[in-house]
Design a protein around this ligand. Structure first.
Ligand SMILES: Cc1ncc(COP(=O)(O)O)c(C=O)c1O
Length: 481
């Protein structure tokens, strides 16, 4: 009998593979068709999950179909179903069909995007997308550069690093101890907390982050911002970066970007726009004005795994400084491929935080090839319409809106008895019941509210009705105690 290759359990034989692909197809198709009939939220039972995992015996090989069935059944029961039409969540959408296909192809072909010569098509495709998105945000094609990232946090981290290198070119070589003054940068109190993390891991420390209070519309307070910059300079700090948010996580608020552009120019600060979610507005002609100012930003974060609905993770960092990524991330090694030397191409490992990298852009490329700009515009427009419908319906049912956003993030409290109908209690009840997922937020540091965001292109009018009915039912339950 011929002995089996030692790899036969790594690459399974053709007939098993065909069975497995068919089986996976069934699992994925069932999920697409049935997810809306399932609870949105899981029952949180860590001991049950750990027991199921502990029962796995890695000394024995298990049938591949059984293995994927185990995973699928665990995922069915143990996740918040973000692709569910009644998930009103944190910008995690239902993945596009083509995005799922893209992730499958990327896994199977496994192109390595560290060096251009290993994956010329993949690197060029990502660069083409970067230029296309840059153009959409108003960057001239000839000036646009950027990189795909794991998500918005890595894109914001990249922005912080490039802004630092722009102001302190010796930083990469000599480190933070060589800086003549303590660098400081400015974000609003409603900005994403990835900036604090980035400050901490970049070595400049969280104390370098000036968290500027917001005004009564939850936008960065311009007067306080100006005063803080002035005081910082007077006190011997080195301001280097100003961040504007286009679509805050809690309330979908857009900072006054054009005003921030002017301040950044006057103060010679790098201006970064975190448009991780709100950047989706550039797809809709009549909403593009909301992002006026982005074209003058030094860099922009835009997350394809938010409003472009591709599977996680797919973030994008864009910049109009063509040399800054190389200045920040260039490294020389003898072992990396040099097959493309002499060609005018970019090696992504010189150009970003990551080294080995997945073809992140593929799921974006395929989704865009099929949906097109117009397909996305239509879907985003519909979500905006549903947001307006939700607002009207909430007000009719005695809820009070507490945020003002052109985007479909709706924050609200009970209008008549806010001291009894505490947002946290409503949200806890709703999550336990499992029919929908919403969250609670604290706005401007003091207003507790319920937050519902239409972030899923599958959400329809009937789901908005169901959400408001669920909220009204739970309000009665909370009222009765
Ligand atoms: C405004 C904003 N910026 C950045 C991020 C971080 O993005 P990611 O979770 O993709 O890293 C988020 C996440 O929701 C966000 O809302």
């Amino acid at each position: 009998m011929a002995s089996q290759q030692p790899s036969h359990l790594l690459q399974l034989d053709e007939s098993t593979r065909r069975l497995l692909w068919d089986h996976l197809k069934e699992i994925i198709e069932r999920y697409q068709n049935d997810v809306d009939n399932h609870r949105v939220t899981p029952l949180l039972e860590p001991s049950k999950i750990r027991a199921a995992l502990s029962a796995l015996d890695f000394k024995k090989s298990i049938d591949p179909l059984q293995a994927v069935d185990f995973i699928a059944s665990q995922l069915w029961e143990n996740q918040v179903h973000t692709p569910h039409a009644r998930y009103y969540g944190l910008f995690n959408p239902a993945p596009t069909t083509m995005g799922i296909a893209g992730d499958m192809l990327a896994a199977a072909f496994n192109p390595q995007l560290a060096a251009w010569s290993h994956s010329p098509f993949a690197v060029e495709a990502e660069q083409h997308l970067i230029r296309s998105f840059g153009h959409l945000f108003g960057y001239p094609q000839s000036e646009t550069d950027g990189t795909f990232t794991s998500g918005g946090a890595e894109a914001n981290h990249t922005a912080l690093l490039t802004a630092l290198v722009n102001s302190f070119p010796a930083l990469g070589t000599s480190g933070v101890q060589s800086l003549p003054k303590q660098p400081v940068f400015y974000v609003s109190a409603e900005s994403h907390h990835s900036f604090l993390k980035a400050a901490s891991i970049s070595g400049i420390g969280k104390e370098s982050v000036r968290i500027v209070p917001v005004d009564n519309q939850l936008k960065i307070n311009i007067d306080i911002l100006q005063n803080t910059i002035t005081a910082d300079r007077k006190n011997g700090f080195a301001p280097f970066l100003l961040v504007g948010t286009a679509g805050t996580t809690s309330a979908g608020v857009i900072d006054p970007l054009e005003h921030l552009v002017r301040i950044a120019k006057e103060e010679e600060l790098w201006f970064h726009v975190d448009a991780a979610w709100g950047g989706g507005a550039v797809f809709v002609t009549e909403l593009r004005y909301l992002l006026n100012g982005c074209s003058s930003a030094d860099s922009i974060t835009f997350d394809a795994h938010k409003w472009l609905s591709v599977p996680m993770g797919a973030g994008i960092y864009l910049t109009r400084h063509r040399d800054i990524l190389e200045k920040t991330f260039h490294i020389s090694t003898s072992y990396m491929p040099r097959d493309a030397e002499g060609l005018t191409v970019i090696d992504p490992y010189h150009h970003s935080i990551q080294w080995s990298r997945r073809f992140i852009g593929l799921k974006v490329l395929l989704s865009l090839m099929v949906a097109g700009w117009d397909g996305y515009a239509e879907s985003i427009r519909n979500m905006i319409r549903l947001g307006d419908q939700l607002r009207k319906s909430l007000v009719r049912s005695g809820w009070k809106l507490v945020n003002d956003s052109p985007l479909p993030v709706v924050c609200f409290v009970d209008a008549s008895s806010p001291d009894i109908i505490i947002p946290e209690k409503v949200v806890q009840n709703i999550i336990l019941r499992g029919n929908t997922w919403i969250s609670s937020v604290v706005l401007g540091g003091s207003t507790q509210a319920i937050r519902a965001c239409i972030t899923n292109y599958r959400t329809a009018d009937k789901d908005i009705t169901a959400l408001v009915e669920e909220l009204n039912t739970v309000r009665e339950i909370v009222r009765r105690g």
